[in-house]
Structure formats: C-alpha cells, structure tokens
Design a protein around this ligand. Sequence first.
Ligand SMILES: *Cc1c(COP(=O)(O)O)cnc(C)c1O
Length: 231
Amino acid sequence: MAPASKSELSTIAERLQAIKSSLPEGVTLVAVSKFHPVEALLEAYAAGQRHFGESRAQELEAKDVAMPPDVVWHFIGHLQRNKVRHVVRIASIIESVDSLELLRLIDREAVRVGRRIDVLLELHVAEEETKSGMSLAECDALINSIAREPLSNVAVRGLMGMATFTDDEKRVRADFNTLRMAFDRLKASAFAKEPSFDTLSMGMSDDYGIAVECGSTAVRIGTAIFGDRNY
Ligand SMILES: *Cc1c(COP(=O)(O)O)cnc(C)c1O
C-alpha cells in the first residue's frame, strides 16, 4: 500500500479508482461506508461502486431508503438478535455470523420474509481479545450442525476475518494465512460439493495489499475511500 498516494488523491472517485486498479481481477471491493453521510455514498455510487458495507442495522435501514435500489449491501458489524429481522430484509450478505444461534435466526427470518440471503462465517484469528468471531473449533461445530440440519434460505458463501491491529507485517500475514488455510480446508471438505463457497473476505484500508497476496477474494475498505470516520 502507498499511503502517500492516498493523500494526493482528493476525491472519493479518485481514491476508489486507485484502489480498484490495484486489485487483481476477481477481488470484490466492498466500500465500508459506516458513519459516513449518504452524500459520500452517492459520490461512490456515481463513480460506479455498488457493494457497500454497513455495521449498524439502523444506519443500514436509513441508507437503504436513500440509495438507489441496485446497491448490494454487506452487513459487517456485530448483529444483535433483535436486529436480525431488519437486516435480513435489506442485506444481500451478512459477513459477521459468529454463532449457530445467529445463523439459525437469520435463516428463520429469511424464510419468514421469503428472501434468500448469503452469509460468511466470521473467524477470530487476531491477537486482540476484543475482536469478534468464532474459533476454528466453534466454526467446525457450526458446520457440523448445518450438515445434520440444513439451512433453508441461507447460503454459506465463505469466511470473513480481521488481522491483528499492528504494524508487524509478519503478524498480519500470519493471521491472513490462518484464514486462508481454514478457507481452503473447508472448501476441500465440508463444502467440497458447493461451488458457491467461494468468498474469503479479508483486508481493510491498512492491510488489504497483504490480504490480497494471501488469497482474499473480497476487501472491506472504508477509511482509504471515505476518509476518517466521525464517531
Ligand atoms: C470498519 C470496518 C472495516 C473498514 O475499516 P477501514 O480501516 O476504515 O478500511 C472493515 N471491516 C470491518 C468488519 C469493519 O468493521
């Protein structure tokens, strides 16, 4: 990544273009627009961006109303049970599934509203305690459960994860490689007969270059497109 070029580029469209041209073909760019105003999303939309990532149900609902209908919403935040109903109506993919209970609830709501929805299983590989996601063992247990009792309206499309927040590139690379190996293992075993298990979502503004080298198929980039968030 080249932080220098980031600051030279002043518009959202320019920054989007620079990031897109640095990504290999086949890697999806999800523009993480949480905490940014609709005007910023519209600017990205006008530049051709269609995949947007949001992390809060209420914000997703408000932005969905304001944005054109062909936006593809990725829900990437912690999802509370009482918000599942709202998110399932809007999101195309929920990337942050971190329990069997949540997965079953998403499936029930999807059946109820007659929608099909994609999900990713979120794995915890980073050093920080605070980062969300399942351990590999929890993930395997979840997968065993859905093999015994399949989901109706939900397709498990792959894995999502975050690397440790550190300047130590070796550590970041090790985290992404752990995710990649988990993805490859599942693709060759539990999901061997499901070609739609094809998504490995990893890489953010500061580390997406490394993530792509480690096999990411989808990067979630906020700050490098929209600038700093005002919480
Ligand atoms: C906020 C967020 C991002 C984007 O982070 P940036 O550093 O702004 O690119 C990516 N993934 C998840 C899960 C996030 O919550």
